[in-house]
Design a protein around this ligand. Structure first.
Ligand code: PSU
Ligand code: MN
Length: 309
C-alpha cells in the first residue's frame, strides 16, 4: 500500500517553503512543457535556464511535478533529471492528479494541474510558454484544453506568450471571456501568437509594467476566484518567420489528423512535428519565449511581494 497522499496538498522544497514563509517572491513552473513539449535531451538544459530566468527576475523558481504519487513544488536537480529523461512519464491534468496520488504514479503537470498545485502551495505567479485552448476542429472533436476551466477557478497570475498557435485563437479568447478570466497584454493590445508576435486578435487591456500587472491581480483576488493572464509577446525580430509558421502548422495538424491522434496526445504530437519540420526553429523560439515569460513572472512576483511588505 502506498501511504495516503492528498493530491491537492503538495510537498514543498525547503527553498520554496522558506521563501513563502518569509513573503519572498516565488514563481511556479510547469513540467509538461519540459517532458512533453520540448524534445529530450534539450529539455534538461532548458529546465535549468527557465529556473535561472525566474531568479533573474528576482524570484525563487518552483518547478512542479508528481513523483511516485507525491505532488512536489520545487524539484531537486535529480528530480528534474527524472522529469526530463523518462519517455514514459505521464501527462497529468487536474483530473489525473487523484489517480497518480492513489496509485503512486509519476507525471508532468500541465497548466491546469500546475495552477491548482501552485495555488494550494500559496504561490501567486506562474510562468509557461503558451496556454492550451480550443483546438481548430473543436466543433467536431470537442477538444478544448482543461487549462481554460482551471484558470476560471484558480487565483494566480499566469504569464504566457498567448495560446499555442496550433489552436483556434479567437475561439480560445471567447472562452476565456465566458469563463471571466482576466487577460492583459504586456505593453500591447495585440494578443501574441506564441511562436509569432501577433496572433491577429486584439485585447481590451494592456499593462505597462510588472507593478501594474501585480496591481490588477491584487484587485481581482478579493473580487472573484480566477486567473489574471499576462500575455507577453516575443519581439518581432525574435519571432518565428510567420510564413514558415503558417506552413509548418498546417502540415503538423494534417499529420496529426492522418495519424488519428486524439485526446491529450494531440498537443505533444503537433509540437514534436513542428520541431522536426522546422529543423529546430520552433524549438529555439519556444525556449526563448518561455525564458522571457519566466523572467517577467519573476518581476511580477517581486512586485506583488513588495505590495504586501
Ligand atoms: N507551453 C509550451 N509547451 C507546452 C505546454 C505549454 O510552450 O507543451 C503544455 C502545457 O502544459 C499546457 C499543455 O497545459 O501544453 C496543453 O495541453 P492540452 O492541449 O492537451 O490541454
Ligand atoms: Mn485536448
Amino acid at each position: 500500500m502506498h501511504a495516503a497522499t492528498t493530491p491537492s496538498r503538495p510537498i514543498l522544497s525547503p527553498e520554496v517553503a522558506g521563501a513563502l514563509r518569509d513573503g519572498r517572491p516565488v514563481v511556479a513552473l510547469e513540467s509538461t512543457l519540459l517532458a512533453h513539449g520540448l524534445p529530450r535531451p534539450d529539455n534538461r538544459a532548458a529546465a535549468d535556464h527557465v529556473e535561472a530566468a525566474v531568479r533573474a527576475g528576482g524570484a525563487v523558481p518552483a518547478t512542479i511535478a508528481v513523483l511516485d504519487g507525491v505532488p512536489r513544488v520545487g524539484l531537486t536537480p535529480a528530480e528534474v533529471d527524472r522529469v526530463c529523461a523518462d519517455p514514459e512519464l505521464a501527462k497529468l491534468g487536474v483530473r489525473d492528479l487523484p489517480v497518480a496520488a492513489a496509485l503512486g504514479l509519476s507525471g508532468a503537470t500541465t497548466v491546469s494541474s500546475t495552477a491548482l498545485l501552485a495555488e494550494a502551495a500559496g504561490i501567486a505567479v506562474f510562468a509557461t510558454g503558451g496556454l492550451g485552448g480550443v483546438h481548430r476542429q473543436a466543433a467536431d472533436t470537442f477538444d478544448e484544453s482543461a487549462d481554460l476551466t482551471a484558470l476560471s477557478r484558480t487565483s494566480l497570475v499566469l504569464v504566457c506568450a498567448g495560446v499555442k498557435s496550433i489552436l483556434d485563437v479567437p475561439a480560445t479568447l471567447e472562452r476565456l471571456e465566458s469563463l471571466s478570466v482576466t487577460v492583459l497584454g504586456y505593453r500591447t493590445t495585440t494578443f501574441p501568437g506564441f511562436y509569432v508576435a501577433d496572433s491577429g486578435s486584439t485585447l481590451d487591456w494592456s499593462v505597462a509594467d510588472a507593478e501594474q500587472a501585480a496591481a490588477v491581480f491584487a484587485a481581482r483576488r478579493p473580487l472573484a476566484p480566477g486567473a489574471v493572464v499576462v500575455a507577453n509577446p516575443l519581439p518581432a525580430d525574435e519571432q518565428l518567420d510567420p510564413v514558415l509558421h503558417d506552413r509548418v502548422i498546417a502540415d503538423a495538424l494534417a499529420a496529426a489528423d492522418a495519424a488519428g491522434v486524439r485526446g491529450k496526445a494531440v498537443t505533444p504530437f503537433v509540437l514534436d512535428h513542428l520541431h522536426r519540420a522546422s529543423e529546430g526553429a520552433t524549438l529555439a523560439v519556444n525556449v526563448r519565449l518561455v525564458l522571457r515569460n519566466a523572467e517577467l513572472a519573476g518581476r511580477i512576483a517581486s512586485a506583488l511581494a513588495a505590495r504586501a511588505a
